[in-house]
Each structure stands twice: as structure tokens, then as C-alpha cells.
Write a protein that binds this ligand. Sequence first.
Ligand SMILES: Nc1ncnc2c1ncn2[C@@H]1O[C@H](COP(=O)(O)OP(=O)(O)OP(=O)(O)O)[C@@H](O)[C@H]1O
Ligand SMILES: Nc1nc2c(c(=O)[nH]1)N=C(CO)CN2
Length: 208
Amino acid sequence: MSADLSAVPAGPVTAVLALGSNLGSSPQILTDAVAQLAAHELVQVTAESPLVVTAPVGGPPDQPEYLNQVIEVRTTLSPLGLLGLAHQVEQAHHRERIVRWGPRTLDIDIITFGSLSSDDEELTLPHPRAAERAFVLTPWSWMDPGAFIGGRSVFELADAAADRGGVRPYRAPAPSDPAAPEAHPVPEAHPAPSGITDAGAAGKAAQS
Ligand SMILES: Nc1ncnc2c1ncn2[C@@H]1O[C@H](COP(=O)(O)OP(=O)(O)OP(=O)(O)O)[C@@H](O)[C@H]1O
Ligand SMILES: Nc1nc2c(c(=O)[nH]1)N=C(CO)CN2
């Protein structure tokens, strides 16, 4: 399939994004990331799932649990423009790619972009592993119980996913809660995240 991933859509397209973090102050990182995506003039965040705590799937066995969330956006960015924006937001949170499926401050995957299909390695749509990941499907089904991916019900896929038992709702700790989890330490000291700009987002067009 060869979709034109740089094409700016004629009108707003609904896309589903999955966010994950297991290094640093994950609840704050996800909150900031959604705000940074929403701050782009060509992106509107139209729905947000609850946060979920999830057991790591793949990668190093000793990595911390993840905090995951799924959001829906309406955008007039091109598919690659939206990917570029996702990468900018990841970089603002010092995402490093060291080990495949290794721990990260922030990961943003594009799960669907309208009804687009793409087998391009740079941007595969729908996301090739989303339909088997409860850490994506469960929060997505809570946000939108009628959602489909690849013609299949997200709700039913979540129920069938091998990692479904590793997903639970996130409960924000009360400030005085002795069980409040520590933020997962990030290996190196990093400067505060910088603001997100349009600079790297391809396919930018005037809002329609
Ligand atoms: N649907 C997609 N969403 C995000 N990135 C994608 C997608 N399809 C392909 N990619 C490409 O995958 C590359 C690797 O992405 P990343 O390092 O975030 O993978 P990952 O999140 O660790 O693993 P996984 O792809 O299994 O979720 C990116 O540079 C990007 O170009
Ligand atoms: N629980 C969980 N496991 C993962 C996650 C994630 O976000 N949550 N992301 C991965 C690569 O994208 C690999 N494994």
C-alpha cells in the first residue's frame, strides 16, 4: 500500500495516539505531553482515556511498570506532520532510544490516522502491534467503547489480549499517602523540557 504520508488532508482527520512512560514523573509527563500536543494550532484533543498502570510488555524484564493513556485528536497535519510533532514532544521529554522496548520517559505512537493504511516503515498504519496490546486497547475501549481497529472491535480485542491482566486503573496518590509511588529515576540529570514548536512538523497547512 502506498499512501501519501506527506499529504495535508482537505479537512480535519481523527487520529488516535497512544502515550506511554515508565521513567521520570510519568503522570506529569503524560499530562504535559497532552497539553503540548493540544497547543499545536493544527491539533485539537477531542478525547482522553483514563490513565492506566501496566506491566511492561517486551524489552528488559526488570524495567518499571508503565503509565499509559490513549487520546483522540482532530488534525489537519499530514500523517508525517503528526509523527514529527509526536517526536518533538518526545524529545522535549528527553526520550532516548537505547534498547528496543526499553524504558522511556515518553513514547507517543500513532495508532490510527483516519482510515489510512500504510506499510511504510517510517509510519505504519494502523500501528502494527496495537491490536494485540491491552496497554493500548483497554484505555482506548474505556475512552471509546465503539472503536474499531482493522475492522475489529477494540473492546473485544482488549479482552483477548495476552497482557490484559497487567492493566489496572491509575489512582493518583493523595499528597499524604505513604503508599505514594516515587517517580522512576531518570538515569541522567536533564534540563527542564523546552517548549514545542512547529519547526519539525512536516506538512503544515493553514487551518481549514
Ligand atoms: N504508527 C506509528 N507510530 C509511531 N511510530 C511509528 C509508527 N509506525 C512506524 N513508526 C516508526 O517506528 C520508529 C520507532 O518508534 P519507537 O522507538 O517509538 O518504537 P517503540 O514505541 O519502542 O516500539 P513499537 O513500535 O513496538 O511501539 C519511529 O521512528 C517511527 O518512524
Ligand atoms: N506496558 C507497556 N509495555 C510496553 C509499552 C508500553 O507503553 N506499555 N511500550 C512498548 C513499546 O512501544 C513496549 N512495551
